[in-house]
Design a binder for this molecule. Sequence first.
Ligand code: FAD
Length: 288
Amino acid sequence: MKPPKFDYHAPKSVDDALALLERYGGDAKILAGGQSLMPLLNFRLSRPAALVDLNRIPSLAYIKEVDGRVSLGAMTRQRAIEFSPVVKDRLPLLREATRWVGHLPIRTRGTIGGSIAHADPSAEYPAVLTALEGEVVTRSPRGERVIKAADLFQTYLTTNLEADEVVVEVRLPAMPAGAGYALEEFARRHGDFAIIGIAAMVVRDGPRCKSARLATAGAGPVPLRLRAAEEILERDGLGESAIEAAARRASELVSPDSDIHASSDYRRHLTGVLTRRALTRALGVARG
Ligand SMILES: Cc1cc2nc3c(=O)[nH]c(=O)nc-3n(C[C@H](O)[C@H](O)[C@H](O)COP(=O)(O)OP(=O)(O)OC[C@H]3O[C@@H](n4cnc5c(N)ncnc54)[C@H](O)[C@@H]3O)c2cc1C
């Protein structure tokens, strides 16, 4: 199918993009990599009056580290993230997650801002943003807003972004040196969205766990932080029995919906299995 007719605009600045969004009063859609939006248009699941294409605003694509924080422009392509030395050194969990995102042509067009704004519950970037307590910076006619990951995702494919609000930057605290990390995922075929994904980070201090981070993809309408499972590790350390207990707790913390891909019980079971695997692998690369 082809999309219904729409106006097309390619502004050269964020200010111009904001003016266009305001002009259409909520009936325009932002176009980033188009990897999620174009299928929605072609299936006529979305029928905006206009597209506001951000691809002619080069100032929205960058990766930089400032004061222990990595800032990524919203239009930074997933492929640029995959090969960024800054991401490799300071956000290796994000790098690992990127390799699970679709296939090469999708990552070549898809952007970090688009992936987060689209808020697919099975997507990897929202899980990493949640695990690492990142935030997004937005602009709208009302000014700039900084939204924490915990406040951003509302339900399936829904964030608290307004229709005239543009994500301009994604910010993630740099991971502590020596932190262990892993993203474990199960999908029927490589490149498919995850049935379940688990993003994990552990910071160790000998046998003790200074801090643990666990977040899900695919285990509910939004990415979930598994705080009660993290607490087990922070209290009991990183031995096999603590990892086992944390994995068990993780599966109790989620109540996923059933769908054509997997039942709720199966997703819950996978949450435990993948939490154990992610923690074991994270521990394997942790130093300190
Ligand atoms: C075959 C296939 C497999 C895929 N597999 C995966 C996968 O395994 N994991 C995964 O995470 N993703 C997967 N994707 C999706 C892909 O990662 C997309 O790139 C991503 O979801 C959306 O990013 P985009 O830049 O293409 O955004 P677009 O498709 O252009 O936009 C998506 C939505 O976000 C909004 N938006 C975009 N940018 C902004 C912004 N700066 N501010 C506010 N709103 C904005 C748009 O208006 C739209 O509603 C897959 C896609 C395909 C086609």
